[in-house]
Design a binder for this molecule. Structure first.
Ligand code: PGA
Length: 251
C-alpha cells in the first residue's frame, strides 16, 4: 500500500548553520513524538545535504531540490544525481513550478533528470500543477495530465513505482491561498485515474500523491483526510520545526 509522506521544501532559505539547527530541531521532534506511520522528508539546498544527512536519524529522508540533466563533466555550477546520492540523500524534488517558471525547465529536460535520478537509486518527487489562468479556463486536468504523461510515462511500471507525485496548484504556492479540500481530492482522484489508465490499478494504488501549496498545521488535517491525498509538500511551513511537526502529526 502507498506510503504517507510529509516532505519539506526549504527552497533557497537557511545558511548552513541555520539548516543544521533546523534539521536538528525537526529530528528531535520526530524522535520524541508518536507519528502515525508517516515518512518524513526534508528538501534542502545542495550545500546542506551532507551535513543534514549526518544530523537526522533513520526516520527522516533527505531530498535535493533539483539535479543536473547530465551525468557528469563540463557543466559548470551543476550538481549531478550521483553527487546527491553520495551525500546519503534519498529523494530529488523535480519539476517544481519555480524551476519550470524561472529556470525554463521543460518536460523534455525533466525526462533526463527523472532518468538520472532513478538510475542513481534516488526517488523523484515529481511536481505538477496548473497556473491560475489554466484553472480559470478549466484546463487544469488537461495541463496536469500532460505534465505527467510527458515527464513520466516513458517509465516502465517498475520504474514508475519509485516515483512520488506532488500536485501543487501554482496559484496556491506561497500565496496563502490553499486549494479547498474538495479541489485537492478532485485533482488527486483524476491523477490516480490517469495512472490506472497507463499502469493499472496496482501501480496507481501504490503511488503516493502529495498536495502542496500553502499547506499549514491549520489546514493539513482537512486536506490529508481525503482518500487520494497521501501527504504534503510543504514550503513556508517547513521552515519552522513546530509548524512542520504540526503538519506531520495532522495524519
Ligand atoms: P508553500 O510552498 O507551502 O510555501 O506554498 C509549497 C511548495 O512550493 O512546495
Amino acid at each position: 500500500m502507498r506510503r504517507k509522506i510529509v516532505a519539506g521544501n526549504w527552497k533557497m532559505n537557511n545558511t548552513l548553520e541555520e539548516g543544521i539547527e533546523l534539521a536538528g530541531q525537526i529530528n528531535d521532534l520526530v524522535e520524541n513524538t508518536e507519528i502515525n506511520d508517516v515518512d518524513v522528508v526534508i528538501g534542502t539546498p545542495f550545500i546542506h545535504l551532507t551535513e543534514v544527512n549526518k544530523v537526522v536519524g533513520e526516520k527522516i529522508g533527505v531530498a535535493a531540490q533539483n539535479c543536473a540533466d547530465e551525468k557528469s563533466g563540463a557543466y559548470t555550477g551543476e550538481i549531478s544525481a550521483s553527487m546527491i546520492k553520495s551525500t546519503g540523500s534519498k529523494y530529488v524534488i523535480l519539476g517544481h513550478s519555480e524551476r519550470r517558471t524561472y529556470y525554463g525547465e521543460t518536460n523534455e529536460i525533466l525526462v533526463k533528470k527523472v532518468n538520472l535520478t532513478l538510475e542513481n537509486g534516488l526517488a523523484p518527487i515529481f511536481c505538477i500543477g496548473e497556473v491560475l489562468e489554466e484553472r480559470q479556463a478549466e484546463k487544469h486536468f488537461e495541463v496536469v495530465k500532460s505534465q505527467i504523461a510527458e515527464g513520466l510515462f516513458h517509465l516502465s511500471a517498475e520504474e514508475f513505482g519509485k516515483v512520488v507525485l506532488a500536485y501543487e496548484p501554482v496559484w496556491a504556492i506561497g500565496t496563502g491561498v490553499t486549494a479547498s479540500s474538495d479541489q485537492a481530492q478532485e485533482m488527486h482522484a483524476f491523477i490516480r485515474k490517469t495512472l490506472v489508465e497507463q499502469y493499472g490499478e496496482e501501480v496507481a494504488n501504490n503511488t503516493s500523491i502529495l498536495y502542496g501549496g500553502s499547506c499549514k498545521p491549520s489546514n493539513a488535517k482537512e486536506l490529508f483526510e481525503n482518500a487520494d491525498v497521501d501527504g504534503g509538500l510543504i514550503g513556508g511551513a517547513s521552515l519552522k520545526a513546530e509548524d512542520f511537526m504540526g503538519i506531520i502529526t495532522a495524519f
